[in-house]
Design a protein around this ligand. Structure first.
Ligand SMILES: Nc1ncnc2c1ncn2[C@@H]1O[C@H](COP(=O)(O)OP(=O)(O)OP(=O)(O)O)[C@@H](O)[C@H]1O
Length: 306
């Protein structure tokens, strides 16, 4: 197997405060996983707010240095201090899609200007026809066209359409990997599935791998091949998405699943959690334990004495 992305024992610590009262936050602890270059997949990172998802994504994008461990992309170390040329080459291969498309676009600039600057930068051309062609091709991949977008400002589009434009922009350099950090959470509920389906078709039709970051178990279940569940910076469970979400084994994964209201439970106004489940999930909080890889392809964190 050729490896596209290799995350090796990566940790990130932030130190806050001054000399007195210094506080160290371990945002990510010893994360390891890899993606194959031959088998495009949607690899999902699930976790509550503060579990370290964005920090992990920022390290993969080379926007943040790991405190320890390393990340390799196509065998090369991801290094945010690499020279301009190396950095540009990396950015052409690994593109971000952010949560809020209205923040990603400058409200005072027409959308095509943003796409155009990406095309100029990555395709290294100033040929008008070539730039238009690249923009139109990228927009077609997300179900839009340059004709539809031309002349329009961000506020003239719905959140869903604008997120499509953001994804089109990311696709301009034809990257094999997209990092999508909560890409549907700011999009109207009615349009969410169309963006989720778009990610799926990028994988299936264009062979793009996607790291999909979310706290939404339903969309994760629907589109992911594999997933990891993070609790306070640690991966507590990793494996085939359907298997893990159907039969979570780590107490925290079980609690996450039980905390999602099924339509039946919602009617009855109750969550499927019991005090024992809560206690076991709380007991695991902050404990290091050991992530054990099993023959069935699943990894689950276990604790001494548990
Ligand atoms: N630049 C920073 N300086 C200090 N602490 C940080 C920094 N970035 C993140 N953290 C801390 O690291 C932890 C993980 O944050 P992170 O944003 O990665 O989590 P998350 O799972 O993405 O959360 P959310 O879903 O709310 O974005 C949190 O405790 C956060 O406060």
């Amino acid at each position: 197997m050729t490896t596209l992305l290799d995350v090796r024992d990566v940790s990130k610590r932030f130190t806050m405060g001054g000399l007195l009262g210094r506080k160290v936050v371990e945002a990510v602890s010893d994360a390891s996983f890899s993606l194959s270059a031959e088998k495009p997949e949607i690899f999902t990172i699930i976790g509550e707010s503060g579990s370290g998802k964005t920090t992990l994504a920022r390290m993969i994008l080379g926007l943040e240095d790991p405190s320890s461990g390393e990340i390799l992309f196509q065998g090369q170390k991801v290094d945010r201090h690499a020279g301009r040329e190396a950095r540009l080459k990396f950015m052409a291969n690994v593109q971000p899609v952010f949560q809020n498309p209205f923040e990603a676009f400058n409200p005072l600039k027409k959308i095509e200007r943003y796409l155009e600057s990406t095309a100029r930068r990555f395709l290294d051309t100033s040929d008008r026809a070539a730039i238009d062609k690249a923009m139109d091709e990228a927009l077609q991949k997300v179900g839009l066209s340059l004709k539809e977008v031309r002349g329009r400002f961000p506020h003239e589009m719905s959140g869903g359409q604008l997120q499509r434009c953001a994804i089109a922009r990311a696709l301009i350099p034809s990257p094999p990997l997209l990092i999508a950090d909560e890409p549907v959470s700011m999009v109207d509920a009615s349009l969410r599935m169309s963006i989720v389906n778009l990610l799926k078709s990028l994988r299936d039709d264009l062979g793009v791998s996607v790291i999909y970051i979310t706290h939404d178990l339903a969309t994760a279940y629907y589109i992911s091949n594999r997933l990891i569940i993070m609790q306070r910076g640690r991966i507590v469970e990793m494996g085939d998405a359907r298997t893990v979400l159907e039969r979570p084994e780590h107490p925290y994964s079980q609690l996450l699943k039980a905390s999602v209201l099924s339509t039946d439970d919602a009617g009855a106004g109750k969550l499927g959690t019991d005090p024992d489940m809560l206690r076991r999930a709380n007991d695991s909080m902050g404990r290091a334990g050991r992530l054990v890889a099993r023959a069935d392809g699943r990894s689950v964190r276990v604790y001494e004495g548990a």
